[in-house]
Design a binder for this molecule. Structure first.
Ligand code: ATP
Ligand code: MG
Length: 158
């Protein structure tokens, strides 16, 4: 049976990026990745990997002045970052339309996404352990996310 949780240790940003790349290679329209973790945890690094795995080009950086960065390709990636969002403005931003926009959605600071955060999603929880060390927990919510975990589990089995 596909695992619902995978715990792994990342020893470098490259390692985290490669995890994203593996997930990106499997991602398809409708997939939602929620990236939890404090400032500098490595959420954007993981999104960079997702984009690469999806064969999307262009520099991936935190959306600084906009809420959403779009990376276009056969299947687009919508990179949502709620960090700078004033929570009282959440009702006005309409980010939910990206969930129906035939792409993959990756969300930084998903705790600020409000009630529209989909139940069916893959949570990536990144915790700072040391300068270049991160504890990463992948947590599947729903059968599609469980499938994704199952598909990459072999690469991370101890
Ligand atoms: N194992 C690791 N995994 C990911 N990033 C790492 C790792 N080790 C060191 N880093 C560094 O930590 C930083 C992570 O930055 P990143 O922008 O991805 O964080 P973030 O979680 O997106 O933060 P923010 O909430 O500010 O957007 C980068 O400078 C990266 O090089
Ligand atoms: Mg970021």
């Amino acid at each position: 049976m596909a695992p619902k949780v995978i715990d792994l240790m990342s020893h470098s940003s490259l390692h985290t990026e490669r995890l994203g790349e593996r997930l990106g290679a499997l991602a398809r329209t409708g997939d939602v990745f929620a990236l939890w973790g404090e400032l500098g945890a490595g959420k954007t690094v993981l999104v960079r990997g997702l984009a690469r795995g999806m064969r999307l080009h262009g520099p991936v950086s935190s959306p600084t002045f906009v809420l959403v960065n779009e990376y276009d390709g056969a299947t687009p990636l919508y990179h949502v970052d709620f960090y700078r969002l004033d929570p009282t403005q959440l009702g006005n931003v309409g980010w939910e339309e990206y969930l129906d926009a035939s792409g993959v959605v990756a969300i930084e600071w998903p705790d600020r996404a409000g009630p529209s955060l989909p139940d069916a999603r893959l949570d990536v929880r990144i915790e700072h352990v040391a300068e270049s060390k991160r504890a990463i927990r992948l947590e599947a919510h729903g059968s599609r996310a469980e499938y994704l975990l199952g598909a990459i589990a072999g690469a991370y089995r101890a």
